[in-house]
Design a protein. Sequence first.
Length: 638
Amino acid sequence: DSPTVLSLLDSCRTGMGSRMLRQWLVHPPRDRAIASARLGAIEQLLAQGEQPLREALRHVSDVQRIASRIALRQVRPRELAGLRETLATLPALLALLPVNDPGDVSGALSGDGLLAQAAAALTPDPAIHQLIAATIAPEPAVLLRDGGVIADGCDPILDELRGISTNCDAFLLDLEARERARSGITNLRVQFNKVHGFYIEVSAGQASKVPEDYRRRQTLKNAERYITPELKTFEDKALSAQERSLAREKYLFEQLLDALQPHLGALTALGQALAQLDVLAALAERGRTLAWCAPQFVKHPCIEIERGRHPVVEARLAESGTAFIANDCRLDASRSLQLITGPNMGGKSTYMRQVALIVLLASIGSFVPAASCRLGPIDAIHTRIGAADDLANAQSTFMMEMSEAAAILHAATPHSLVLMDEIGRGTSTFDGLALASAIASHLHDKSRAFTLFATHYFELTELPARHARAINLHVSAAEAGQDIVFLHAIEAGPASRSYGVQVAKLAGMPAAVLKQARAALEKLEARQREADDQIDLFGGHDDDHGGSQDGQRRGAAMSDESDDDLSVDQGVDGSGGGLGENAGLSGRQAQHAAPAAAPDPRHEALLAALTDLQPDSLSPREALDVLYRLKLLASAAT
């Protein structure tokens, strides 16, 4: 499996510790008092040294599971033996816990912290251990039906029945010696199997010497098997004793389970305490080994992380000797939304995820991968990251994206942390840009949640100009010719470009494809420079800004959207392969498309759009988009 936060954290010594750690991660508490208590216990363990406690926990049985199986009356003999050994080691385990009062010889029983509470649970009624030790054999059989589960001396009746079975071998040896002397058959043997019971076996050549009281039981190829009245009497007694012994053991085992039922509460509390100690000791070891810090909790809303790191990515990079680039994060009442731009593979998602993981780890009471961390109240972490679909329920990737985003907008509060990664990429540029801008504005104005918003829509970088608590950030990268070097550092301000072609080169894209992509990119960038009319995408939710939302959406997309049929075969200058400059247009449209006597960039932009237009290849929706774009260019040209 791929490495996860759980696999990185789970150095627990017991199965119940691993289960509790998973539960803590899946259900982090909102109550900071719980996280603070856990952090206090971890710091106590680190101060004393957690390794001896972890070694002692290695030999502890899964008390939680054993207690549940006792309640269901499905526990196995060896599980009870393991519980007995665990109960016997509790005094030594208790002595390894940090002691608040050096004079407290009972061991960590003073105080009201988590370790003190665990220590109290580590002192169950001694009668539990005595009962199991007196009933279960030192090394019981795996299954009750195999016998040998109940200890010798536990029950006089069972001891008597076992005595018969124990003396069986001596009786058979004595009988064999007597029958050899009586019959004169030197190779006579007395044996037993589960099918025929006890018998006397004589070789076929000696069959004429058998006494008259022998009764044939089975004939083999080279031997005869017999039974005598004396042997038959012993067989009935021995087999009856064995059956009665197994029945007696089952009865005594059921009596033991009955006696343990009143102690289930104490055993459950013991299992909970041992699991909690295991998790706390594991988190202490992880914090020390990975050089993590203890987070600080404050009452005012904020997320302040200094030199934060992604724990899983850092661990994988450490395997190859590569250092992780740490980054800071600061969110508070004055800046609650970070708009993050930059190239793919630059580290936007890693930065966002590491912030969320640091908040999650702090919420469960763990140390965090950072130089320092201060957190205010956090009630939830909402994420919209990655692409997924649900084909079985007829939901596309974009539908899933919108469903998750809608759930976030309904649930986010000023105390929530929201991660939005590339929202709106599953649809056209027009709709995607409009939705992304509206979602960002809603999170800023209405939800007022701490938001990390990563996007490739560079038009969104204008959002901080109209939203006071929004700031632009970007992941840094350096160009070396046509190559790119990712620096993975988060810096202030918007990114200058997306570097998509360079990333495609790193992915192994064929050189011919890259060449055509660069030519198309140059043409698109030239068109963008020609369009000088800018539409306000961030008018907020008021109606005073004028214009329909649909018109704003389509007009704004003109600033970065290419024409609908950008053929690389046309080259950078767009000559060849297209329609005539006035083909398919009405007289009035041709008049507007004709260049003026004095060259005007706005006229040239309109002419270029008309020249490259291919009406036969447009869908109704695309044709409507083109009309809006042409109308915008026409109004600008006039």
